[in-house]
Design a protein around this ligand. Structure first.
Ligand code: TRH
Length: 407
């Protein structure tokens, strides 16, 4: 199957050198900072941008990037200027007057609110600067009707636009660094690289017949019956559970896990994996045979790892997340054989709603090859589209050129 997958598109965008400020408010968990940090690094590394990232919660940031100093007001990591955004300190005062004058693009990430006094200061320093509302990811149809639309704001003289990430060519694309897919494939095809990667993660190399599964989930009440199935399996299974609420729940149920972070139970090795730095998480996903992911960022990383994944989407009021999940599965499964598509949809719903996942496991094992194929066909479609950072830079440059020419 992997031979038929298109080569990773080379980065064709010219170096933009855009001067960017990005605002990130950590509302919950790690998705907000995870997305902003990834985008910031890519804008610097692949588009020559100058990025200043304002973050209101450095303690969460440290979890995915241990180099972050949690008390520093300003620090420079991976080419990105990171500024501690605190309500008591006007954000604009953290930038030099000269810096503010050169800012061309202000990204308001994931429903945060950029302070009006910062926007007014930016409008005074550079009236042509753009203001982009980088929205949450959705596969729902309506997003394409809103993507790129102006969003006039009373009282602030900057031009504001909506920018929607997404899975189709009529929205803003997905975060995908130029080398991420090639790196995953390299690991999967080279035993020595895999051995080095396991060492880098501080883990031992699994036996060749061992099925390795990563689990990053919000909660999973019925997980014990699935673990029991794995423990009685004819082949070894290694389940790595990310630190968090689910790990806590499992610790409470299994005393060995509580004491050693590891449980050996028949064919099952169950292990709690402390949070790893963000690039290492990508490596882990590429190394595993099956990944359970959650939220907005890890699900996209699972796409590029190219291994079957099951998504527990972030829960929202009034079950709005189920519509989002449905829209995603409809797109992903659009060209798949109906029986396979219906069954894979069912597997997702069962995991999402914490129902009897164990009942689906034997069939999942039997159909693993088909699921791997489905996964790669979907990845292949997405690789034909431009990535989010490239789309965003092009969008901003075009609007900046227009405002220079016509203002
Ligand atoms: O942590 P999340 O549940 O974040 C959520 C979602 O993004 C949700 O959509 C959003 O509305 C909410 O936050 C506010 O799941 P997500 O998006 O997968 O983010 C996890 C990040 O943590 C991702 O960048 C990967 C990273 N990570 C590591 O760096 N190391 C790890 O060991 C693990 C497990 C994750």
């Amino acid at each position: 199957m992997s031979e038929s997958v298109a080569a990773v598109p080379a980065l064709t965008a010219p170096v933009s050198g855009l001067s960017v400020v990005m605002f990130c408010s950590v509302i919950d968990n790690f998705g907000d900072i995870g997305i902003c940090w990834r985008l910031s690094r890519q804008l610097v590394a692949e588009h020559g941008c100058k990025v200043r990232l304002f973050v209101d919660d450095l303690a969460s940031f440290v979890r995915i990037c241990p180099e972050v100093a949690p008390t520093a007001i300003r620090q420079h990591i991976a080419g990105v200027d990171i500024l501690h955004w605190q309500t008591a300190v006007p954000a604009q005062t953290l930038l030099e007057a000269d810096e503010l004058r050169t800012v061309q693009l202000c990204i308001e990430a994931l429903a945060c609110t950029v302070p009006a006094d910062f926007l007014n200061a930016l409008a005074r320093a550079n009236p042509q600067a753009l203001w982009l509302n980088l929205e949450y990811l959705t596969a729902e149809d309506w997003a394409s009707g809103c993507h790129g639309l102006p969003s006039p704001q009373a009282g602030i003289r900057l031009k504001k636009y909506f920018f929607f990430p997404g899975f189709t060519a009529d929205v803003g694309g997905l975060l995908r660094e130029s080398q991420v897919v090639a790196s995953a494939r390299h690991l999967q095809q080279h035993a020595a690289a895999r051995a080095a990667a396991w060492r880098q993660l501080g883990l031992t190399l699994p036996a060749p017949d061992c099925r390795v599964i990563s689990v990053f989930a919000y909660s999973q009440a019925g997980i014990q019956s699935w673990l029991e199935l794995l423990s009685a399996d004819s082949r070894p299974n290694w389940v790595l559970v990310a630190e968090g609420a689910l790990a806590q729940y499992l610790r409470a149920g299994y005393p060995d896990l509580q004491q050693q972070g590891l449980l050996q139970w028949g064919s099952l090795t169950l292990q709690i994996l402390p949070f790893v730095p963000q690039p290492d998480y990508d490596v882990l996903l590429a190394l595993c045979d099956l990944n359970f992911v959650r939220g907005e960022d890890s699900v996209i990383r699972a796409h590029w790892a190219g291994r079957p994944f099951i998504w527990q989407i972030y829960r929202q009021a009034e079950q709005a997340h189920l519509e989002k999940l449905d829209a995603f599965l409809t797109l992903m499964l659009a060209d798949e054989p109906p029986a396979l598509a219906a069954w894979w949809r069912q597997v997702h719903l069962v995991w999402e709603q914490e129902q009897n996942f164990a009942a689906f496991w034997p069939q999942l094992v039997d159909n693993f090859y088909e699921i791997q194929g489905l996964m790669l066909r979907w990845q292949h479609k997405l690789l034909a589209q431009q990535d989010l950072a490239s789309n965003l830079v092009r969008f901003a440059q075009n609007r900046l050129i227009m405002s220079r020419n016509f203002s």
